[in-house]
Ligand binder design. Structure first.
Ligand code: FES
Length: 158
């Protein structure tokens, strides 16, 4: 069965069962491998994408739940066209956040969704940042650099 998904501003056709997780439609059908498979159970955040601007776990969200809605992936958030994504990406590079890198696209997607939710001109507290990022696990323990990069991106955007 063919499903039309709206991904990063374009309609894409996916020939897959409606129960197929968005993650596999992205990676296997469309070749968009920036979104990672971590736990497959919505526990680690590596597969985070945005659905209508909200961070979701693409490993457990079927494509049937995304028809007619906007999916945004790491490929669009870090291509320089998104102001918040650009600030987050630049802060990530400045703070040298990534270690092995596996969790990082999910981290950036959660950070970007969070900073888009912050009221203009406001700076989030460390507790706000930790709370927003709590669903993204990093086995390399880069949490301190993630926190610093999110705070730095927030300053850039404020
Ligand atoms: Fe290795 Fe996060 S950088 S899992």
């Amino acid at each position: 069965m063919t499903t039309t998904l709206h991904i990063n501003g374009k309609d894409r056709q996916v020939d897959a069962d409606p129960s197929t997780p968005i993650l596999w439609a992205l990676r296997d059908t469309l070749g968009m491998t920036g979104t990672k498979f971590g736990c497959g159970a919505a526990l680690c955040g590596a597969c985070t994408v945005h659905l209508n601007g909200q961070p979701i776990r693409s490993c457990v969200t079927p494509i049937s739940a995304a028809t007619g809605q906007k999916i945004t992936t790491i490929e669009a958030v870090t291509d320089g066209s998104d102001k918040v994504g650009k600030a987050v990406h630049e802060a990530w590079v400045k703070h040298d956040v990534a270690q092995c890198g596996y969790c990082q696209s999910g981290q950036i997607m959660s950070a970007t969704a969070f900073l888009k939710s912050v009221a203009p001109g406001k700076l989030p507290s460390e507790a706000d940042i930790d709370s927003a990022m709590a669903g993204n696990i990093c086995r390399c323990g880069t949490y301190a650099r993630i926190r610093a990069a999110v705070a730095d991106a927030a300053k850039t955007l404020a």
